[in-house]
Design a protein around this ligand. Sequence first.
Ligand code: PLP
Length: 373
Amino acid sequence: MDRIYLSLSLQSGFEIEYIEKALQSNWITSGGPNVNDFEVELQNYFGEDLFVAALNSGTSAIHLSLILLGVKQGDEVICQSLTFSASANPILYQGATPIFVDSEPETWNICPDNLEIAIKDRIKRGNKPKAIIAVHLYGMPYKVDDVHAIADRYGIPVIEDSAEALGSCYKGKNCGTFGEFGILSFNGNKIITTSSGGALISNSKEVKDKAIFYATQAKDTAIHYQHSEIGYNYRMSNICAGIGLGQIKMLKEKIDSRRNNHLFYRELFSTIEEVELFETKNEDYFSNYWLNTILLKSSEVKNDLLQAFEEANIETRPLWKPMHQQPIFDSYPYYGNKVSEKLFENGLCLPSGTNLTNEDKKRIEKVINTFFN
Ligand SMILES: *Cc1c(COP(=O)(O)O)cnc(C)c1O
């Protein structure tokens, strides 16, 4: 039987037309008409007052946000611990120090109480954090009001890692639009893909232009190549943007399809009390349910269930391992109460791609029912 994957994206069928346009116009480098059009599409989606720079990955978008905030060696940056490593790696690219903060149990994202404890403690030690990286993990919005109230109180800008949350909302407003910067990823496993790609959302044209300046090798205005700052090769290519233009046409369908997968899991687990399906707690939160995740009673049960899925050739994966437990990051400060550790021990991500068929769902259902009966 074919393998069922955790998160594959479905083609919309429109991609090829834009790719061909790029090939025919001979514009197959970075930047170009598809890139500009893709940025306009994203700006229309997020709102006229926001500016979007299309980049070659979500990781580069996070890196550029840190650069634009002036983060440098010796600075400290607070980062949600329960996340994918791409949220935290750019802190090290800048030679800065990550300060990790635990999750709270309702959204599994950055815990406002521990965030404030961390900020106070870092200030007491004489180094006020330069930025906060908060993540809408698995598409679940973090506690936006609480987190931003604290950030505002201490005057610390928020970089909103919305890589997994395109289409998610908090109190009716799009995730990616609350922070000083919002970042998106169009990696192959995300809601929409450009094969590889990302975007930086900001609220000024100057900031967007500055991001593109750094993303295209920081060329000063001159006839020859002249540079007075460090540049990067981070711009999206015209081919990739063509895929993005095809994909974004189907954004609503893609979100609906992920949310339908969630309804399937809700029904499936409604009678299985050993499983807790991760869901929004009230109507302030609207999740794209990029990935459906569950908590089991123990890590043994989780491992056995993962094994049972594996035997049926179905991919599942433990929740993201917290950054403060990673060999590369475990020497950095951490503020928390072991919430993310517990989630990592007992949690499992289930197949949630837009390509999940009814046949696939039957196979998943069979594994679950056999395992728990
Ligand atoms: C995918 C992802 C990123 C990085 O995006 P890339 O486009 O793969 O570089 C950053 N943060 C989170 C939470 C992600 O899931």
